[in-house]
Ligand binder design. Structure first.
Ligand code: BV8
Length: 244
């Protein structure tokens, strides 16, 4: 039985399936990954940009990075990998999608049961107590020369989780409960090194889940996975769906 057939059989037998995705699932949509070849991190040291200290030091530089990333993501469309996960949600008895991605492509592909653990690049939030959130997807006023401000006057920041910041506790609790009670955990397109999300697959395994990794390369998770499907998620996931 091939690994794809084994993975399909595990999905069909599962009462509950959870998927964790990272930047790799959006690579075939033209969104650069963080650490792969040609990734965002090559040209930008994320430690210099995706941190509260960086924003404190130079908010315009941080906004320029996010505005640039928005221009790349604005042209991106969901790829067959995103679409296959949206189909899993419709076809499997219980399916929850946990994503580290901030590009919003899972929702655009039709996934509804999605937890965006690292936030969403199209939202901005107030840096003051008002904590207002603003959807900037259609915000023509994103004038890239001046800093966006909340109606209360304080600076707005990208509504994403930076290094050194805690994830939303309710979202992380939901994600933790889900991986502790699923029969199969799909881990797709992530280098599996950013915590606390990188701790979830081991937690799932401890609670009896079968872990299936979908990646073009080896990661720290590979040796712990029950099934490894080596290949681009835009090819592997539709292949998996065809076997259901
Ligand atoms: C926190 C959002 C504490 C913003 C991001 C040691 C132990 C534990 C923790 C730490 C530690 N050292 C440092 C830490 C803390 C740190 C951390 O984990 N650092 C890492 C680098 C070691 N974690 C944090 O700071 C987290 N917060 O710990 O806070 C705390 C707690 C309570 C209260 C206060 C404080 C916050 C982490 C979130 C940071 N935010 N992004 C933005 O996007 O700008 S991280 C960033 O990395 C993205 O979210 C991204 O999703 C995430 C993970 O990267 P990947 O998605 O995996 O992407 P990557 O490029 O790395 O890999 C792509 C993969 O796809 C590769 O494997 C590649 O082979 C594969 N691929 C490529 N093409 C394809 C493919 N696969 C399939 N198909 C393809 N076609």
């Amino acid at each position: 039985m091939s690994d794809l057939d084994r993975a399909a059989a595990a999905l069909e037998a599962a009462d509950k399936v959870v998927a964790i995705t990272g930047a790799g699932i959006s690579a075939e949509s033209g969104v650069p990954t963080f650490r792969g070849s040609g990734g965002l991190w090559r040209r930008y040291r994320a430690e210099d940009l995706a941190t509260p200290e960086a924003f404190e030091r130079n908010p315009l530089l941080v906004w320029e990075w996010y505005w640039w990333r928005r221009t790349v993501i604005a042209d991106a469309k969901p790829n067959p990998g995103h679409l296959a996960l949206a189909s899993f949600e419709r076809r499997l008895p219980a399916f929850l999608l946990l994503t580290q991605n901030v590009d919003g492509l899972h929702a655009e592909a039709g996934s509804r049961q999605v937890i965006e653990l690292h936030g969403n690049i199209w939202r901005a939030r107030c840096t003051a107590e008002c904590d207002r959130r603003v959807d900037q997807r259609h915000d023509p006023s994103a004038d890239v020369t001046k800093l966006p401000r909340c109606s209360c006057g304080a600076l707005l920041r990208p509504d994403v989780v930076w290094f050194g910041e805690g994830l939303d506790s309710r979202a992380l609790d939901r994600a933790t409960l889900a991986v502790q009670s699923c029969a199969v955990l799909l881990v797709i397109g992530t280098s599996a090194i950013v915590y606390p999300v990188a701790a979830l697959p081991a937690m799932a395994k401890r609670h009896g889940a079968a872990v299936v990794e979908v990646n073009v390369a080896e990661t720290p998770l590979t040796s712990h996975a029950d099934i490894v499907l080596r290949g681009p998620s835009g090819v592997v996931l539709p292949e998996l769906e065809r076997r259901l």
